[in-house]
Design a protein around this ligand. Structure first.
Ligand code: PLP
Length: 438
């Protein structure tokens, strides 16, 4: 007789019950983790501006993060440490996915993906039909560029020196494919919103063959904010398609998609939103979906589904499951308070550095142009090896971890990026080190 296949789920239990049971079992060994407990902080109706310097508030936030000992880490722009409720949700999802494997992925993952998309759409003020989850902003950017339907031979593309280096390389490659011009806008190393805007406007006027441009909302080099909406309005008048790189900005700044005024954007969820590593998002406005083809051959060419723009492949399913928790934590801390706190920490060291004649500061010069990220170099020391040795000195002599950035037209620098759990004491260590660099 044929061996009888056990039925699954066993009678009386839904498969969802079993998944829940397996998650519960995971918690038995260690301290109970109340994943369902709402996260809340006492903001006592304070404004974001007054919360920025409220040390008790930020201590209460920092308690949700595991501490890094032995070094002051001011290189938090790579990706984000998860807050513990997000980490717990992720690890437990990982246990469940590892236990259930294909059973989960083939049957229940799509519904969980819908919830994750909903959380991203809510956070961004977009429609769920305008959002797809990706593995990172780079994947989103590639989907937009590689599947863009509008290129014709000779079309020009535009980028700026402050853009992300790998995306600049892609734009160079794209210009070669188009056999069209590559326009590079050079942004002054110290600039306000009007000065940045003017550089783009000049480039538009000088280059009528432009078809598509990359614009970076917040530069990874020195945290400069680019006035994306103003630039996009001018680009639209000239028929230029705008691809917005918002990889570094979302969560660092508090904004909605309507503030950017673009049809196409690439986001990260593993930076300032605090979701697990390996998560990004793609935004395409509903009205502009036809400009981007479905992923090569994955769906009929006339498909208008945003998910058809991203190849699903085999992904880290558990990471997706933690997206709603990441937004819950981000919202509980308060996106506006977070933006204000990070700028406050930045202003603490920048204010001191202004009076150090041996330090050259880079980035925004007015409040609308700055973020929690900024950069500096030793005056006149602009080569990559200058900046590498500055980074090494800060680490070896003063116990401050930073990162060298190379890509600005004006030269290399060291980037300083605090997170919400960094303290004014951490900044003091940096300031004291900077004073001794002369
Ligand atoms: C401005 C900007 N664009 C794009 C990226 C690429 O992000 P990811 O490697 O997560 O795709 C980064 C990462 O630091 C960035 O800062």
């Amino acid at each position: 007789m044929e061996h009888e296949q056990p039925s699954f789920p066993p009678s009386g239990l839904s498969r969802r019950d079993l998944l829940t049971a397996s998650v519960a079992a995971v918690t038995l060994g260690g301290a109970p983790k109340s994943l369902a407990a709402p996260i809340s902080f006492d903001r006592s109706a304070k404004s974001a501006a007054s919360l920025a310097s409220d040390e008790a508030y930020w201590r209460s936030v920092a308690r949700f993060y595991d501490r890094t000992e032995g070094i002051v880490n001011l290189e938090q722009g790579y990706w984000a440490k998860m807050a513990n409720p997000v980490k717990d949700t992720y690890f437990q999802a990982l246990e469940m996915v590892n236990t259930q494997t294909s059973l989960y992925a083939r049957k229940d993952y799509n519904a969980d993906m819908d919830k994750a998309v909903m959380a991203v759409a809510d956070g961004l003020g977009a429609k769920p039909s305008e959002i797809a989850i990706t593995e990172n902003a780079t994947e989103s950017f590639h989907n937009l560029m590689r599947q863009y339907r509008g290129f014709e031979p000779g079309d020009g593309v535009l980028m700026a020196d402050i853009d992300y280096p790998a995306f600049k390389r892609f734009m160079r490659w794209q210009a070669v494919q188009n056999q069209g011009p590559l326009i590079e806008v050079i942004i002054p190393e110290r600039a306000n919103q009007d000065e940045v805007f003017q550089q783009y406007l000049n480039a538009f006027d000088a280059n009528p063959s432009l078809k598509l441009m990359l614009v970076t909302h917040v530069s990874n080099q020195h945290g400069l904010v680019v006035p994306v909406a103003r630039i996009a309005t001018e680009a639209r008048k000239r028929g230029i398609t705008v691809i917005c790189d918002a990889a570094q900005s979302w969560g660092l700044l508090d904004f909605s998609i309507s503030d950017l005024g673009v049809d196409f954007a690439a986001f990260n969820l593993h930076k300032w939103i605090g979701a697990p590593l390996g998560l990004g998002a793609l935004y395409i406005s509903e009205s502009a979906i036809d400009a981007i083809a479905p992923f090569h051959g994955d769906a009929p060419e006339e498909s208008r589904s945003i998910r058809a723009r991203v190849h699903p492949a085999t992904r880290n399913f558990a990471a997706t499951l933690a997206i709603p928790k990441a937004f819950e934590f981000h919202e509980a801390v308060g996106p506006a308070a977070k933006e204000a706190r990070l700028k406050y920490l930045r202003n603490l060291w920048v204010a001191e550095a202004r009076s150090m004649s041996h330090i050259e500061l880079l980035g925004g010069t007015n409040p609308a142009s700055i973020t929690g990220i900024s950069s500096f170099r030793i005056r006149g020391k602009k080569t990559v090896s200058d900046a590498v040795s500055l980074q090494k000195r800060l680490e070896a002599e003063f116990g401050v971890f930073t990162v060298m950035r190379d890509g600005l037209n004006g030269g290399a620098c060291v980037r300083i990026t605090p997170q919400v759990f960094n303290t004014p004491n951490d900044i003091e260590v940096l300031v004291s080190a900077m004073g001794k660099l002369a």
